[in-house]
Write a protein that binds this ligand. Structure first.
Ligand SMILES: [Zn+2]
Length: 121
């Protein structure tokens, strides 16, 4: 399951970084999820809560910020955000909302990033 493996890697990154900073406890985790990553934020949060039991992250508050997809079109020069509706759920590639071209540069919205971790030492 996509969300599960993503939650695992997010949690591992959080644990690794918290241990490096000698945390006693993790209070809050902010994760940025690009809309192109095709993840259900609520499911990711739920799985993070389940997986973090028995770890230093147990009880932390998980906050997900969804990052819109931003593209640049090499054909018509469109540069901006596109809505989820422009995405084909089976092939997470995007196309230009203006001219329909698939040769677009995705500038934002692809990645899943642990943006901030609040720890208690
Ligand atoms: Zn275009």
């Amino acid at each position: 399951m996509h969300e599960l493996s993503m939650a695992e890697s997010i949690l591992n990154a959080v644990i690794e970084s918290s241990e490096k900073n000698h945390a006693n406890k993790v209070i809050e985790v902010i994760v940025e999820i690009g809309k192109m990553a095709m993840l259900n934020s609520e499911q990711v949060i739920f799985m993070l809560e389940v997986l973090s039991e028995d770890t230093i992250v147990n009880g932390a508050k998980f906050i997900v910020e969804e990052i819109p997809i931003e593209i640049e079109c090499s054909e018509c020069g469109f540069d901006g955000k596109i809505e989820n509706a422009d995405l084909d759920p089976y092939t997470p590639s995007s196309r230009c909302p203006k001219c329909g071209n698939f040769k677009v540069l995705v500038k934002n919205g692809k990645d899943v990033i642990v943006k901030n971790i609040v720890i208690d030492k």
